[in-house]
Design a binder for this molecule. Structure first.
Ligand code: GAF
Length: 393
């Protein structure tokens, strides 16, 4: 198929980071840790409302080759960036580092702020999650580094707490007010499963997910649409949800049941805020419905739920752009059983559940629609649920 990704085998994945570590720091690393990116099957913009999400890990991720040093510095080289390693003091505080290194510095800061004794360390990070595609490249970076530090300094932090601390790095060091979905997915996902996560209790269920067994493909289509205003718009959505919850007298929009939605809507001010509430409440219900269908082995039954999720994100949450809508429409017209944007929106990727023998046709239809609209040519790959963060060497 023309849209297959080049997913490197394990040894070729590990090697560049190890070679660069040896060349840069003049010794072998103590080990190599990996953490994946993710696609979210359904449950978008629900995590910061204490709601439900259903992500799966991708084979693409970040590898971190790491070795302890006696000093009080973190030196980190990224194979995706040019230039020398970045050197950070262990006491680096929020606001003192910008760019990609802030994710690494943020994890060090977050662990140390929580009382964990992280010392000097050298790191080389190497990733193959497309950046800015909504596939959680930042959480993969945070979680690979967090996993390395946890093991190297024998911190004994449990996976869920590690995800929380990685989220804190992103919230309070990088300054992105994300929920916990991406870090939980990166740390806790299992091969062959989607992760049903209650973002309030952080309880998880690993739900088997094997489209190939049903003759189905989960296609990830990267629209390559540049993220526009993503940070500010994300923060605005989050603030609107929190204001609506406060107006309704509930801790979070998760506490509004679907049956109570009409009453809740009548108590919220303004059409825009009503739309935001409607998205979150209906999306939580769609996640529960999707999980029920997957547990029953009804894979095709999730198709309409994916498509309904997209419509809600487009019309009520207003986080789609022309490229995302065009990709969904073209995929559905060409025979997809369901399709939706995935991730934060304002660009990034669409997922489409398609019969195996329609995968090429569906992607060709999206490509043609993009050419007709004058959009950048999209790319695509087949998503298979991969393992979560782990030590790989
Ligand atoms: C981004 C955020 F990082 C997640 O926490 C989540 O809110 C998602 O957007 C939308 O569902 O990936």
């Amino acid at each position: 198929m023309t849209h297959e990704p080049t997913v490197p085998s394990r040894s070729s994945e590990v090697l560049p980071a190890v070679t660069a570590f040896t060349e840069t720091f003049g010794r072998q690393p103590d080990g190599v840790w990996a953490a994946p990116g993710r696609v979210n099957v359904i449950g978008e913009h629900t995590d910061y409302n204490d709601g439900f999400v259903l992500p799966m890990a991708l084979p693409q991720g970040v590898r971190a080759a790491a070795g302890r040093t006696p000093g009080a510095q973190v030196r980190v080289l990224s194979l995706q960036e040019t230039g020398d390693p970045v050197t950070l003091e262990l006491g680096t505080r929020p606001g003192e580092v910008a760019g990609w290194a802030a994710y690494v510095a943020g994890v060090v800061w977050s662990l140390r702020s929580a009382g964990h004794d992280v010392g000097g360390v050298d790191l080389v990070v190497d990733g193959d999650v497309p950046a800015g595609a909504g596939l959680s490249s930042s959480a993969a970076l945070e979680c690979a580094v967090a996993g390395a530090l946890n093991d190297l300094f024998e911190l004994g932090v449990e996976p869920t707490e590690l995800a929380r601390l990685a989220q804190r790095a992103e919230n309070d060091f990088v300054g992105m007010p994300c929920g916990v979905m991406d870090q939980m997915a990166s740390v806790n996902c299992r091969e062959g499963h989607v992760l049903f996560l209650d973002t309030r209790s952080l309880l998880t269920e690993h739900v088997p997910f094997d489209p190939a067994r049903h003759g189905r493909t989960l296609l990830v289509i990267d629209t390559r649409a540049p993220h526009r205003l993503v940070d500010g718009e994300y923060a605005k959505r989050r603030a609107a949800c929190e204001a609506a919850a406060a107006a309704l007298g509930v801790p979070a929009l998760r506490d509004v049941a679907l049956d109570d939605l009409p009453t809740a809507l009548s108590r919220v001010d303004g059409e825009e805020q009503r739309r935001r509430v409607r998205h979150v409440v209906t999306e939580n219900a769609r996640v529960s419905d999707t999980v029920r269908r997957l547990r029953d082995g009804d894979l095709d039954g999730i198709g309409p739920l994916l498509t309904a999720s997209h419509a809600s994100l487009r019309d009520d949450y207003e986080v789609t752009v022309g490229e995302l809508d065009t990709a969904v429409e073209a995929a559905l017209s060409a025979g997809a059983l369901g399709a939706r944007m995935t991730g934060g929106g304002f660009g990034g990727c669409v997922i489409a559940l398609v019969p195996d023998d329609r995968a090429d046709t569906v992607f060709d239809a999206v490509r043609t629609a993009f050419a007709d609209s004058g959009y950048t040519e999209p790319s695509a790959f087949t998503a298979t649920p991969a393992p979560g963060a782990r030590r790989i060497r």
